[in-house]
Design a protein around this ligand. Structure first.
Ligand code: RIB
Ligand code: CA
Length: 305
């Protein structure tokens, strides 16, 4: 048993595969999933998180998070993840229900405090974490490692200068990357190299399990969408961040500060010499990471008691 984990996510097809990886390596460490807006609306990300937990027979509570950025509006990534955010896999009716509360942020804070110290993995916009730090500043002392998928040094995806998670809510991203005592950032420069080829997706399709069949369907759809936008294949941004959390030794890193532009080029993440509180992932071994993801997807799932 490792340290308790809070998973902050906007499923999303690549988030969904990251669920598979986390459930494979540390099923009982993940104590809470916070599903907020991002790739698709919060209503859909909550439903998609519940769908993936049901598919994985993974009994983790799902807490609906923020519905939008702290300022302004946002654009979904439905063109990459489908109108339901899960390539058509989303279950509208299901047994598992989300946590019902009229104060999700207080629920998140109290959960973190009750665990003593948690690690916090973000796979979507940084709105939830920024709101937690702003309303409950002492929450920082209950958070050990923060691992964040987001940003891009000199590159973007949703804009030439901005990566999607940072672009959704640049003010929240700027706040978190400035105020966090230490945070590992896994940027586009690293994650975009970790992409499933059609041959690898077909290997998954030949695996006769319910999970592999489901993922084959959504990865095929995601491959077409990603490559239409110039990516190498079905890009596993979020699994790369989760694998950094699990195997940091597989990455080269540098310490730095990151400034998030909120004016002319909102979401642009730039290196800065102000307080070196960021561990920036740089190089990894894409083939090794893809094999690890593949092994998680293709392993025979048995119900976890
Ligand atoms: O830019 C890629 C990131 O934005 C991934 O986390 C993807 O799921 C979307 O949230
Ligand atoms: Ca995501």
């Amino acid at each position: 048993m490792g340290r308790p984990i809070i998973l902050d996510t906007d499923p999303g097809i690549d988030d969904a595969v990251a669920f598979v990886v986390l459930q494979h390596y540390c099923p009982s460490d993940v104590r809470l999933i916070v599903a907020g807006y991002g790739n698709i609306t919060k209503e859909h990300t909550v439903r998609n998180a519940l769908t993936m937990c049901s598919l994985l027979k993974w009994d983790v509570p799902v807490l609906p998070g923020a519905s939008g950025p702290q300022k302004g509006s946002y654009e979904t990534a439905a063109h990459i993840h489908g109108t339901d955010g899960l390539g058509g896999l989303s279950l509208s009716e299901q047994e598992k229900k989300p946590i019902e509360t009229d104060d999700w942020l207080l629920y998140l804070y109290e959960t973190i405090c009750s665990e003593g110290t948690v690690d916090y993995i973000t796979l979507g916009p940084l709105t939830n974490l920024a709101m937690l730090f702003m309303r409950f500043p002492d929450s920082k002392k209950h958070i050990g490692r923060i691992v964040t998928m987001g940003g891009g040094i000199g590159k973007g995806n949703v804009r030439p200068y901005a990566e999607f998670n940072m672009f959704c809510d640049p003010e929240s991203a700027a706040f978190v990357l400035r105020e966090a005592d230490h945070l590992a950032l896994i940027p586009l420069n690293t994650t975009e190299t970790v992409a499933f080829s059609l041959m690898q997706i077909d290997r998954i399709g030949q695996c006769d399990t319910v999970l592999a069949h489901a993922l084959y369907t959504i990865l095929k759809a995601n491959y077409a969408a990603c490559t239409a936008y110039g990516e190498l294949g079905s890009t596993m941004h979020d699994s790369t961040a989760v694998l950094y959390y699990l195997f940091p030794e597989l990455f080269s890193v540098r310490k730095c500060g990151i400034h998030v532009n909120c004016e002319k080029e909102p979401g642009n993440t730039e290196l800065t010499d102000r307080r070196h509180n960021i561990i920036l992932a740089e190089q990894t071994d894409p083939a090794l990471l893809l094999e690890k993801i593949m092994a998680c997807v293709m392993k025979e799932y048995t119900p976890h008691g």
